[in-house]
Design a protein around this ligand. Structure first.
Ligand code: DAH
Length: 315
């Protein structure tokens, strides 16, 4: 095969031939031009083949069976990791699954009925304002809490109540609030909702489930206590506090507010087609981000949604 240089020279020389066309008689020009074009095509093809051959001989052979790091042109292997919130959420769902709860997924766009009416907030109820809801132009609501799933979960699992059975479901989901953001408040975060219904569900059972959840999550025995709360969808409503865990530097001092809970309001059961005279239920809901922050001593909740790789890589 001729060298690349040689072929390039021939192409240049051929270029000079084209200038001769002008000096030919008009009837000779066509045939002459066509023969030059043919020669040019042959030379172009030869040049391309020569270039390809030269390139192939300079590419380092790649051993596709070698581990990635052994190949000289792959210097560093960066592995992705699970987002820390997903790790925490999976841990929490595992704890619930061991206690016998089913898992149902929440949605990221909901409506007025599931956000309010189905939860016993009549129209114009002042507690509606407490939720700082976003609304889309079409009137949908990105859920401000996972409680928007209560009505669906109750309806979907109503059949579990047959023959003395019970409803036991947890529902993790992403929630959105139109509020000012600071180190302890995000507009987007994760919550997990829990629902239990049976012929004779009691507040004592609820506190047992929640105590177990926090003890398993923090890996130690913990004291819990409640204080009165208010939610239209529970009666009575409570806020649950846990003793500050030792892992967070707690020495039997200090209480942390972890979630809202209570006995499901009869209207909420009724709207889902469950007879409140025959069945009782309890429900609870709280933030996942907050649990994780407390576990790891993170000082700014905004890191989770920030996409900061330096932060995420630490988990
Ligand atoms: N959805 C409430 C909130 O985000 C928390 C809550 C309170 C959930 C009481 C419940 C409940 O299921 O029973 O503020």
């Amino acid at each position: 095969m001729r060298t690349i240089e040689k072929i390039k020279q021939e192409i240049k020389a051929l270029g000079a031939e084209y200038a001769k066309i002008k000096s030919l008689a008009p009837e000779e020009r066509k045939a002459f031009g066509e023969s030059l074009n043919q020669k040019r095509q042959v030379l172009d093809r030869e040049l391309q083949e020569a270039l390809d051959a030269a390139e192939a001989s300079t590419v380092e052979p790649l051993d596709v069976t070698a581990p990635a790091a052994a190949n000289a042109n792959i210097r560093e292997v960066k592995r992705g990791t699970k987002h820390p919130l997903m790790t925490e959420l999976n841990h929490i769902l595992d704890i619930y699954a061991k206690m016998g709860f089913d898992i149902m997924e929440a949605r990221q766009l909901d409506d007025e009925f599931h956000m309010f009416e189905s939860l016993n907030f009549p129209e114009g109820h002042p507690a509606r304002d407490g939720y700082d809801t976003f609304r889309t132009e079409e009137g949908f609501i990105p859920p401000a809490h996972t409680s928007t799933m209560q009505h669906r979960a109750l309806k979907a699992h109503k059949k579990d109540l047959k023959n003395g059975g019970q409803i036991a479901v947890v529902i993790p989901g992403r929630v959105f609030r139109n509020e000012d953001v600071d180190a302890t408040h995000e507009h987007t975060f994760y919550q997990c909702e829990g629902i239990f219904v049976s012929k004779d569900a009691t507040m004592g059972q609820m506190l047992g489930v929640l105590k177990r959840l926090f003890e398993e999550y923090y890996g130690q025995t913990l004291k819990i206590k409640t204080q009165p709360g208010y939610f239209p969808f529970t009666e009575p409503s409570l806020e649950l506090l846990i003793e500050k865990p030792q892992s967070l530097g707690g020495k039997g001092d200090g209480w942390l507010e972890m979630l809202g809970c209570g006995m499901i309001h009869p209207n909420v059961l009724k709207m889902a087609g469950i007879d409140p005279d025959a069945y009782k239920g309890f429900a609870w809901g709280g933030g996942i981000d907050r649990l994780a922050i407390l576990k790891y001593g993170i000082d700014d909740i905004r890191y989770f949604e920030s996409g900061k790789l330096d932060f995420l890589k630490e988990f």
